[in-house]
Design a protein around this ligand. Structure first.
Ligand code: UDP
Length: 327
């Protein structure tokens, strides 16, 4: 793989869950990291350990507005976006803008700087899939006007405009379709299944499973995901690649795994299934294996334990019930 030591890398969404892990990885590779975030859903706590470093700088900026970065930029990793169903409901317009206007601004920057750009796309481009497992060839089954439409369609537009810059301007682009990912630095109150269940365990509440819990997801540990992204960025493959862990599980079984892991005596309580909640999801990672020689290595039992340790160590004020929090 190419040596990227000393390269200057712009990471958007840098204070978020994935963005912050990417900052760590590129710093560890000896890069100069320019981190950007508007802190709507990200948190400076995720990157505060990097501020003392000489090869790390942070811009508090909303990339939906014109993006200015002085000096050279070799790579752009576009990971800014609200990414949980609760967030899209709260900030739908920002979600649409960061995926569309934000991506356009960054593509313009990449073109001006002659940088290579990778965009964070998502399994949500497949919507509630009728093909299982999902291959990159599948075009998806998305409801454009449903609650998830603001995210799904922004991400689909993001792929379209990225491909257009590649085809029309010859820009070097990469597209990673990210499936459900978990690990330390997820937000306890972002409404996603794993932090929701672990937060409930910490507060001694029952676990809320939506629907009958028969819907499936396939959870990838964040370190595996970062490795896949790193390899894709440095590959010469410009078409979308699924990165995720094909180990599929129903949400009910997942809840039971968490009850066992946390050693609590929580009961499962069933709540209505949100609109357009995909019934099944599992990545087909044949392409990633073939092109990137990548596959996930961290078993759920290991990754979940690390994540639980992280949540357990959070200060108490971060664990208070969501209904008492202002955001
Ligand atoms: N889910 C649940 N209880 C919760 C939060 C989520 O049963 O408190 C379900 C949700 O309806 C979905 C699955 O868990 O079927 C995964 O949800 P998540 O938000 O983590 O990811 P996504 O739906 O975006 O894949």
């Amino acid at each position: 793989m190419a040596d990227i030591k000393g390269k200057r890398v712009l990471i958007t969404g840098a204070a978020g869950f994935l963005g912050s892990h990417l900052c760590d990885r590129f710093i560890a590779e000896g890069c100069r990291v320019v981190a950007m975030d508007n802190l709507i859903t990200g948190s400076l706590q995720n990157i505060e350990h990097l501020f003392k470093l000489e090869n790390f700088e942070f811009y508090h900026h909303d990339i939906s507005k014109f993006v200015f970065v002085p000096g050279e930029v070799d790579y752009i990793l576009h990971f800014a976006s609200p990414a949980s169903p609760i967030d899209y409901l709260k900030i739908p317009i920002q979600t649409l803008k960061v995926g569309s206007l934000g991506t356009h601004n960054l593509l313009g920057l990449a073109k001006a700087k002659k940088a290579r750009m990778i965009i964070a796309s998502t399994s949500e481009v497949y919507g509630d899939p009728t093909v299982h497992p999902q291959t990159e060839e599948y075009w998806g089954n998305v409801n454009p006007i449903g609650p998830r439409g603001v995210y799904d369609e922004a991400k689909r537009f993001q792929e379209a405009i990225t491909m257009a810059y590649h085809t029309f301007h010859g820009l070097e682009t990469r597209i990673v379709r990210i499936f459900n990912t978990y690990g330390p630095r997820m937000r306890l109150n972002d409404g996603r299944a794993l932090p929701a269940f672990m937060g409930q365990a910490l507060r001694g509440e029952d676990i809320t499973v939506f629907g009958d819990g028969s819907q499936t997801r396939s959870f990838c540990y964040v370190d595996d995901l970062v490795e896949g992204i790193y390899r894709l960025l440095l590959s010469d493959y410009h078409l979308p690649v699924n990165i995720g862990n094909p180990d599929e599980i129903s949400i009910k079984d997942f809840a039971e795994e968490i009850i066992k892991l946390t050693g609590t005596d929580q009961k499962i309580v069933y709540k209505p299934l949100p609109q357009d909640d995909p019934k099944q999801r599992q990545p087909d990672i044949t392409q990633a294996k073939k092109i990137l020689n990548w596959e996930p290595k961290v078993h759920r039992s290991v990754g979940m334990k690390t994540t639980w340790e992280y949540f357990k160590a959070l200060p108490e004020w971060e664990i208070i019930p969501r209904s008492f929090q202002s955001n």
